[in-house]
Design a protein around this ligand. Structure first.
Ligand code: SF4
Ligand code: SF4
Ligand code: SF4
Length: 359
């Protein structure tokens, strides 16, 4: 046999082996995945063996309660958030010239969406004439958007390098830029569209609210809760905030009630006076974040239904990681995927050895 023919045969033999390996590996993985998926589809939700139990909130988890009926849309919380977190203005480069006020920073910045420069934003809902505050028909309402600090966060579950972590005591979901590889899985996985990546910066980083952990470490309030003049943004233990949310949603129009400001327990940032106010619009009974996707540490109450405020309402009561991690763990628990890859490698090694022996 000529040298050229030998080389051709060897090449074609190895090529077939690689194809065979890939085919076998793909077939094996597909069969394993199909078996797992069949179980998911076939099993009733309550008996779904692949779903791992949801993760509960830590007992001392902290968060925010946002009351849309108290919010006056002043956006002091947006400005304070920028200040205490040293975030740059979001105003576009084209507007910075006339807006610069003689200095190097724009004098007016009013972001409308979360971004890699904005961790907190107040958005407005409006319908018809927009005449009445907190009315779904011919009215308007505000909603605050920032990280909700989920009990069972998708962003933490999908991060391949543990750059996103959940603090075991406070439950705050942190992002570590030094560990982050910029894959942006967290951006894609968050059901609330929170983590943002700066695509205009060659060294862009993931940004999201970390509940002003640097302020809490100094026993100071998160910027947004610190400056809110009406107590629409209130800080506290999530369990205390949940109880306050339940109290408010049970109030009737025309009742006078006390609304605290700052920290609901009056400990962080020192005590400060609240205020008495008439309930002017009927609260929805729905407390946003109480049950959504396993619950969140930041909650919201409102007089306008949350779907009108553009928050996702058609979501399950268990976080997505309960299912995705359940399937992964099931595959790996039986070593199905690694065994498939190993079988393919063994087959390839066997074919190569056989080819050499035949020669
Ligand atoms: S809201 Fe999004 S970014 Fe925040 S903890 Fe939940 S999944 Fe993560
Ligand atoms: S807790 Fe801090 S980072 Fe989060 S929205 Fe409020 S001010 Fe911004
Ligand atoms: S500071 Fe308070 S009242 Fe003002 S926009 Fe923010 S949440 Fe609303």
């Amino acid at each position: 046999m000529s040298k050229n023919m030998m080389s051709k045969n060897k090449t074609s033999g190895a090529s077939v082996s690689r194809r065979g390996f890939l085919r076998n590996a793909v077939k094996g993985s597909a069969a394993a995945a199909a078996a797992a998926c069949t179980t998911v589809v076939a099993a009733p939700p309550e008996a779904n063996a692949l779903q791992r139990p949801p993760k509960p909130l830590p007992p001392d988890a902290v968060g925010l309660l946002y009351d849309s009926t108290l919010c006056i849309g002043c956006k002091a919380c947006v400005t304070a958030c920028k200040e205490v977190n040293h975030m740059p203005p979001d105003v576009g480069a084209a507007q910075q010239g006339w807006n610069a006020g003689g200095g190097d920073k724009p004098i007016y910045d009013s972001p409308v969406e979360l971004s890699a420069k904005t961790l907190n934003v107040i958005k407005a809902y409006s319908h018809g004439t927009g005449a009445t505050k907190d009315a779904a028909e011919n009215g308007f309402a505000f909603i605050k958007r920032q990280c909700l600090h989920c009990a069972d966060p998708s962003c933490v579950s999908v991060c391949p390098v543990s750059a996103m972590t959940k603090d075991a005591k406070t439950g705050i979901v942190n992002h570590d830029p030094s560990a982050c590889i910029g894959c942006r899985y967290c951006v894609l996985s968050c059901p609330f569209g929170v983590p943002k990546y700066d695509y205009n910066d060659a060294f862009g980083e993931i940004k999201k609210c970390q509940l002003c952990k640097q302020q809490l470490a100094k026993n100071e309030l998160p910027g947004c809760a610190d400056v809110c003049p009406t107590g629409a943004t209130l800080f506290g233990r999530t369990e205390d905030l949940k109880a306050e949310a339940k109290r408010r949603t049970a109030l009737k129009v025309g009742e006078y009630t006390h609304y605290p400001r700052g920290d609901i327990a009056g400990k962080v940032g020192g005590p400060r006076s609240g205020h008495e106010k008439l309930v002017e619009a009927a609260y929805q009974t729905h407390i946003y974040g109480e049950k959504e996707l396993g619950g969140t540490q930041c909650l919201a109450v409102s007089a306008v239904p949350f779907d009108k405020l553009n928050l996702p309402t058609n979501v399950p009561e268990n976080g997505y990681p309960t299912l995705s991690e359940g399937i992964q763990h099931t595959l790996y628990a039986g070593m199905i995927a690694p065994a498939t890859v190993f079988a393919g490698l063994a087959y390839l090694a066997h074919r190569n050895t056989k080819n050499h022996t035949d020669e």
